[in-house]
Design a protein. Structure first.
Length: 482
């Protein structure tokens, strides 16, 4: 069995790992730490909750301790970028434990709090800076930080950063960070966009994959309840009553829905709190602190805030709404069963969400067991232009049939047309032997009026106006000019 001593870590880091409760390295730690200590770039693929922070944090700290370098003002020697405030705070607190007995300085910068205080803390320079992309660029643009001295760069939860639209910020950062440098990229999923991002940041990286993409942790028991959309709240409360003392995390699709559900749970006597983008940083921190300390038993969250929730005691994850992106489901349920513990993921699926459920099962290559309800029929996606009446073009609308105008001469005296179209002279063909041909001929159209209008004679009112104007002009000419 591999131990942390076998990975080549310094004694000071072995001591902090022991006090942090690390017993044996997780697979991602076992494979990534030796490669990181060798100085090579890394692409790490691992499930959430498998110890990725220590996988890049411990070798990063050791590399900084073994490198003689003087901190310059307003610079950082290493940079860790994460997508959310909660994840930045989690990484900062985790690494702060490991650097307390060293001379290294570590700081974190996030949005939602005052930027002036953050700029003052960076004036003397730092060794490790943990940041969200937006606030990092804000400080750079203000001249409060220079990242040209960065020699160690970590991108954590890179797939989530792309999902949240940080791709342009990351491209700017790639042009600003120093060279040469060591870059480590960690992600729970590996879509094609991550491979494109890796080409911009990494040089000949070593790929470390301890799980296939989309695979959830083996110690998470999953189940799905098929229920109508309006009955989800009632079912959720019934499930929470059965597990009143457990620590539960409920995922919602929108901020407003999260707030409504939280207020309803509070009215029903549940110890609930919400965390989403409309909450201030202080409110988010208080909610997570209460969740960690046990004063909050039900935390209702959106996906944006999910990545930073690293609480060992989360026993249940509820998917109140299914995510549009299948990979997000893997991240959600990864909030439970942390550090080898067991957990349960429960999904409430409405009939309209069956396609989202099938996409998740396809990604995981495994069907989720049904706990209750009737499985609705799959609703295949309608192809573009499909199920359209014959003879109509895509995008055309059927014009409603209106009442026939009485006395309309639109079809009076016209012969019946055949399917043959028009004759050589351009006139409509008629059906041979038709009584309409024998009885009547097409009424000739009246001759069109010539283009242009003849000059109209001025009206009586115009003639009177012109006459008054002439008289007034004549009187002004005769008036004395004294």
């Amino acid at each position: 069995m591999t131990t942390f001593e076998d990975l080549g870590l310094l004694p000071v880091l072995l001591g902090t790992a022991e006090t942090a409760g690390y017993e044996t390295p997780t697979p991602i730690q076992r494979d990534a730490i030796p490669v990181a200590l060798s100085g090579e770039d890394i692409i790490g693929l691992a499930q959430t909750g498998t110890g990725k922070t220590a996988a890049f944090g411990l070798p990063l700290i050791q590399s900084l301790l073994q490198t003689e370098h003087t901190r310059a003002p307003k610079t950082t020697r290493s940079l860790i970028i994460a997508p959310t405030r909660e994840l930045v705070t989690q990484i900062f607190q985790n690494l702060l434990h490991h650097v307390r007995k060293t001379h290294l300085r570590i700081e974190s910068v996030i949005g939602g709090v005052g930027i002036n205080g953050q700029a003052r803390r960076l004036e003397r320079g730092v060794d490790i800076l943990v940041a969200t992309p937006g606030r990092l660029l804000d400080l750079v643009n203000r001249g409060a930080l220079n990242i040209g001295e960065v020699r160690f760069l970590v991108l954590d939860e890179a797939d989530q950063m792309l999902d949240l639209g940080f791709v342009h910020d990351l491209r700017k950062i790639a042009r600003l960070v120093g060279q040469p440098r060591q870059t480590m990229l960690f992600s729970a999923t590996m879509p094609k966009s991550i491979e494109e991002l890796a080409q911009k940041f990494l040089t000949d990286p070593v790929s470390i994959a301890v799980s296939r993409p989309g695979k959830s942790a083996d110690n998470i028991r999953q189940s799905v309840h098929f229920v109508g959309a309006r009955d989800k709240t009632t079912l959720l409360k019934d499930l929470l009553i059965e597990r009143r003392d457990d620590v539960s995390l409920v995922f919602m699709a929108t901020k407003h829905a999260s707030e409504r559900l939280t207020k309803h749970l509070l009215e029903c006597g549940y110890k609930a709190a919400a965390i989403h983008g409309n909450k201030s940083q202080g409110q988010r921190e208080r909610a997570i602190r209460g969740f960690r300390e046990g004063t909050v038993k039900v935390l209702v969250a959106t996906d944006i805030a999910a990545r930073g929730i690293d609480i060992q005691g989360v026993t249940h994850v509820y998917n109140f709404n299914l995510p549009d992106v299948p990979e997000v489901y893997v991240h959600r349920i990864g909030r439970t069963a942390r550090a080898g513990a067991k957990g349960e993921a429960i999904t409430l699926c409405a009939p309209a969400e069956i396609r989202l459920l099938r996409a998740i099962e396809k990604l995981m290559k495994n069907a989720i067991p049904v706990a209750s309800g009737e499985v609705p029929e799959d609703q295949p996606t309608e192809k573009r232009g499909g199920n359209r009446p014959a003879g109509r073009k895509a995008g055309s609308s059927r014009r409603p049939a209106g009442p026939k105008k009485s006395g309309s001469s639109a079809n009076k005296g016209k012969p019946r047309r055949s399917k043959g179209g028009r004759s050589k002279d351009g006139r409509p063909k008629t059906v041979a032997g038709s009584s309409a041909n024998a009885a009547s001929k097409p009424t000739p159209r009246p001759a069109r009026k010539p283009e242009g209008k003849p000059a109209a004679r001025p009206s009586a009112q115009n003639r009177r106006t012109t006459s008054r104007h002439r008289r007034s002009t004549s009187n002004r000419a005769k008036a004395p000019t004294g």
